[in-house]
Write a protein that binds this ligand. Structure first.
Ligand code: PAF
Length: 317
């Protein structure tokens, strides 16, 4: 089936309900193929802001492999941009996005306009990310995570299948899943917290970072890097790999030397490099400098490379 482009909530909900019912009725696969059969009645949602790349394709393919119907959303959410110039310059690549999603096997691309998502103008009720939304990325982008959580909450409700309300599939997993990239580790942690604390009937699935061969984490912003800036940007993943080698060898992480490495690259302005708890993102004070590394941690890094702000992260242990 080729992908369908839908732009209204009513259209999306009717179309996904019809396809879920249709596919549930087609469950006459021979027994030997049962292991490859996708659970009937399961819906996967892949929220994006478009400008899709191979990292998004991986999100979409994972959702397609695990669900009978998949919706990808493409909505550039004004609420999560502090700077109007940043919003204006965000790439809009609808045709290419549609082609990438179709190739990945997605059923629907939901691309609403701002009036569809915020019919009364700026919403008066918002989700707040709290203190955890003010650290790291939140420190340099005030309000960003409140805006991101508000639209994610809305998209999760808009996309929720009528048959999927908390009904587990045969493997005991919720029948509704949403897919987020590990690259935006702070966003992922905040979405997980929102879903857990507010009891949304959806499973959040994290999909690993996709990197170019030279190690650069894929990002919609990479297209704004000049050739020299792109070369300098490689220092981010180099610093993360250095810390991973030390963690694997149970050596002290000596994050100060990793920070030095990042600062030594031309045109790179380090914002933060922090070793945190992978679930809570609380900063881990121990094991970073002088004591042997033990346990599990996540290293978060953010830097400006020329005019482009980049983030990356890596799990240790
Ligand atoms: O990660 C993104 O692209 C956005 O923050 C999201 C989750 C689609 C919400 O606008």
């Amino acid at each position: 089936m080729s992908i369908a482009l839908v732009s209204t909530i009513a259209e999306l909900q009717a179309a996904t309900a019809a396809l879920l019912r249709q596919r549930a009725g087609q469950e006459t696969v021979p027994e030997e193929a049962a292991s490859q059969r996708k659970p009937a009645g399961t819906l996967g949602l892949v929220p994006t802001m478009g400008a899709l790349h191979a990292g998004h394709a991986e999100l979409a393919r994972t959702a397609v492999a695990e669900n009978s119907v998949v919706v990808a959303t493409v909505f550039i959410n004004p609420l999560q941009f502090g700077d109007p110039a940043d919003l204006a310059r965000y790439p809009r690549t609808t045709e290419a996005d549609l082609a990438l999603l179709e190739q990945a096997g997605v059923d629907f691309m939901f691309a609403p306009d701002v009036a569809q998502m915020y019919p009364n103008g700026e919403p008066s009720v918002r989700i707040t990310a709290g203190k955890a939304g003010e650290m790291f990325e939140g420190a340099s982008r005030p309000g960003h995570f409140d805006g991101a959580l508000t639209i994610v909450a809305k998209l999760l409700h808009v996309g929720m299948p009528e048959t999927g309300l908390a009904a587990p599939d045969t493997a005991g997993r919720p029948s509704y899943r949403a897919y987020f990239g590990q690259k935006d580790a702070q966003q992922l942690a905040l979405v997980r917290a929102m879903v857990a604390e507010l009891n949304f009937p959806v499973e959040i699935v994290a999909v690993p970072i996709v990197r170019d061969e030279d190690g650069l984490a894929l990002s919609s912003r990479n297209r704004f890097l000049s050739a020299e800036e792109r070369e300098s940007a490689l220092v981010l993943s180099r610093a993360l790999r250095l810390l991973k080698r030390r963690a694997d060898a149970h050596e002290p992480l000596d994050t100060a030397s990793a920070e030095e490495l990042v600062r030594s690259a031309p045109g790179v302005e380090l914002d933060y490099l922090e070793v945190v708890d992978p679930r809570t993102l609380a900063v881990r004070a121990e094991n970073c400098q002088d004591t042997p590394f033990t346990g599990e941690a996540l290293v978060l890094i953010a830097a400006k490379v020329g005019p482009v702000r980049l983030i990356d992260n890596m799990l240790l242990g």
